[in-house]
Design a protein around this ligand. Structure first.
Ligand code: A2P
Length: 334
């Protein structure tokens, strides 16, 4: 199916990545429309060798649009995705607005592609940290059921949008010039610092990002009994998220089995050079499609052989957002 494609939030960090990914993957389209706020209307956007003009997102924007990729925040999705669906558009939404809606499939193509076809107009793209974890964890779950996952994240500024990336660079310059930066986009100084993820803390003491990882992983794995706990941290990195992941399987699993499963898994690149101490790093996973996986080892605190530790790094804007969204669009357009 090639049709009229719309990109909502085209000027944002993820929106800009949509544009690169669509062009690189030669996504089929007959017409493409770039939408953002009135602030950006009229700005030029280069796409596949042509200059397009950003249009203001309005209730009329979806007439004749076959597929729309949304990344302009949850409130924009909540308002405009139903309007798009009414106009006959299939929405692939990168926001958190519909992810836990039982009527809306939540999809990572390497994990649960079949769910995408159950959509009623909207398909949700998972949270970025969740995507990066499940690409590496699902092949192992298929090997042997995972009873428990403990994850700690090291999340880049890009997850908080383009302005947060700019803020990291500006703050770094200010600190090096001997000035104390004033945080504007993120709640605390990000340069030369790190802090607990800047999402709301729930009553149980977990922040929203952590609870997204718990709930979204269970939804995609179709396993409400999988025990998951997460600690999410923002670090002074521009665009790739890294995660420490500890797994407890239902039966003993060897390191060798894990390596073989990961070597055969789509979207995974093993970077695990113990001799040279070279493991997944955000600088190397940035701009890459694959999730890098390394530090693969038997967890010595679980002497029954049911524990595995690993460390992953994946581009938040790419597999964590734009690439996964475009892959979902490709899946349903086949
Ligand atoms: P704009 O650049 O015109 O503000 P990011 O997450 O990187 O901050 O990007 C957010 C994206 O969502 C941008 O493309 C932004 O457009 C878009 N956006 C924000 N508010 C609106 C709105 N009210 N209507 C349409 N697009 C919006």
């Amino acid at each position: 199916m090639s049709g009229h494609v719309a990109v909502v939030g085209a000027t944002g960090a993820v929106g800009q990545e949509f544009i690169r990914v669509l062009a690189q993957r030669k996504f089929p389209y007959s017409k493409i429309t770039f939408l953002a706020s009135s602030r950006s209307a009229g700005k030029p956007i280069e796409f596949a060798g042509q200059t397009h003009t950003v249009q203001e997102l309005t209730e009329e924007s979806f007439k004749g649009v076959d597929i729309a990729l949304f990344s302009a925040g949850a409130s924009i999705s909540r308002k405009f995705a139903p309007i798009a669906v009414k106009a006959g558009t299939v929405v692939v939404d990168n926001s958190s607005a519909f992810r836990m809606d039982p009527e809306v499939p939540l999809v990572v193509p390497e994990v649960n592609p079949d769910d995408a076809f159950k959509h009623k107009g909207i398909i949700a793209n998972p949270n970025c940290s969740t995507i990066i974890a499940v690409v590496a964890v699902w092949p192992l779950y298929k090997l042997c059921r995972i009873e428990r996952m403990v994850v700690s994240t090291y999340q880049a500024a890009s997850g908080a949008g383009y302005q947060a990336m700019v803020e990291l660079e500006e703050q770094a310059r200010e600190v090096l010039a001997g000035r104390k930066p004033t945080p504007k986009v993120l709640p605390h100084q990000i340069a030369f610092n790190l802090f607990s993820h800047n999402s709301k803390i729930s009553e149980n003491g977990y922040n929203e990002e952590e609870m997204k990882m718990v709930k979204e992983t269970r939804k995609m794995f179709h396993d409400d009994n999988m025990q998951i706990t997460a600690t999410c941290v923002r670090v002074p990195i521009l665009r790739a998220h890294s995660e420490s992941i500890n797994l407890t399987f239902s039966k003993p699993v060897t390191e060798q089995q894990v390596r073989e499963a990961l070597a055969a898994a789509p979207g995974v690149k093993i970077v695990d050079d113990r001799v040279n101490n070279h493991f997944p790093m955000p600088l190397e996973s940035s701009d890459q499609d694959d999730v890098f996986v390394g530090r693969i080892r038997q967890d010595i605190s679980q002497p029954d052989g049911r524990g595995i530790d690993m460390f992953v790094s994946g581009d938040q804007l790419r597999k964590g957002a734009a690439l996964n969204t475009v892959q979902i669009a490709e899946l349903i357009s086949r």
